[in-house]
Design a protein around this ligand. Structure first.
Ligand code: ADP
Ligand code: MG
Length: 207
């Protein structure tokens, strides 16, 4: 019998290929629609500390959420993830503004350059916009295979209310079923160009 992990590895390849086929303009058009759905949602409007990510390799791009904010809502602070030096922690989050400087990490993804004391504990975030390769409608998430988000938000297994974890994805990344493993942390919501879904089994405190 195949282990679920092997199964996951198998589906990553075709999903990467599908994403690579998108043109730059399709990527931008779909990303703008996803951003619009999120901006109109209560969960976004009520969130003060919001993490998102720097899109690479054809990922749907959430930066429109941040760009729109400088002139609209002074209450919101945006954060980007950094690879933690502590492997068990996975990620830490740095506050950013229009003047933030960046340097590439080991995966060639730009990370904010900030003082250590400015880093935020993941438990303090209200909303986390997460990249993914695939998702299903039970909220299972397939990442690139590093398990960084699973490690960082492992505390949600026992403290599920905060932060709200929201997948940011193209509709074609939806799968029938992902075999979630014990360490996999589920998404609470999924935003695609088609709609913004709340995963039903999750605490609906944020709708
Ligand atoms: P992804 O979530 O990026 O798709 P996986 O769910 O396949 O990746 O996880 C990749 C690896 O990360 C797993 O094989 C596991 O060893 C490790 N991992 C994930 N979560 C944890 C955790 N909470 N503690 C320790 N290791 C973890
Ligand atoms: Mg996982």
């Amino acid at each position: 019998m195949q282990s679920p992990t092997t199964n996951k590895d198998k589906i990553r390849k075709p999903l990467l290929a599908l994403r690579a086929q998108l043109s730059k303009s399709e990527q931008q058009e779909k990303s703008a629609k996803i951003v619009e759905h999120i901006k109109q949602s209560n969960v976004f409007m009520q969130s003060k500390k919001i993490a998102f990510y720097h899109a690479v390799r054809g990922e749907a791009d959430p930066k429109g959420l941040f760009n729109s904010i400088s002139n609209s809502n002074d209450n919101q602070q945006f954060y980007l993830p950094l690879l933690s030096s502590d492997k068990n922690q996975g990620l830490v989050f740095a506050p950013i503004d229009q003047n933030t400087q960046y340097k590439n990490n080991a995966f060639s993804i730009p990370e904010p350059i900030v003082e250590t004391h400015a880093l935020l504990d993941a438990k303090e975030l209200d909303l986390v916009i997460m990249p993914l390769l695939g998702f299903d409608l039970t909220g299972s998430r397939l990442g690139m295979g590093g398990g960084y988000y699973d490690r960082c938000f492992a505390f949600k297994q026992s403290q599920p209310k905060k932060p709200v974890l929201m997948g940011f994805a193209y509709d074609f990344q939806q799968l029938d079923e992902i075999n979630a493993e014990p360490w996999d942390i589920s998404l609470d919501m999924i935003a695609t160009e088609g709609n913004l879904r709340v995963i039903e089994a999750h605490p609906p405190t944020f709708t």
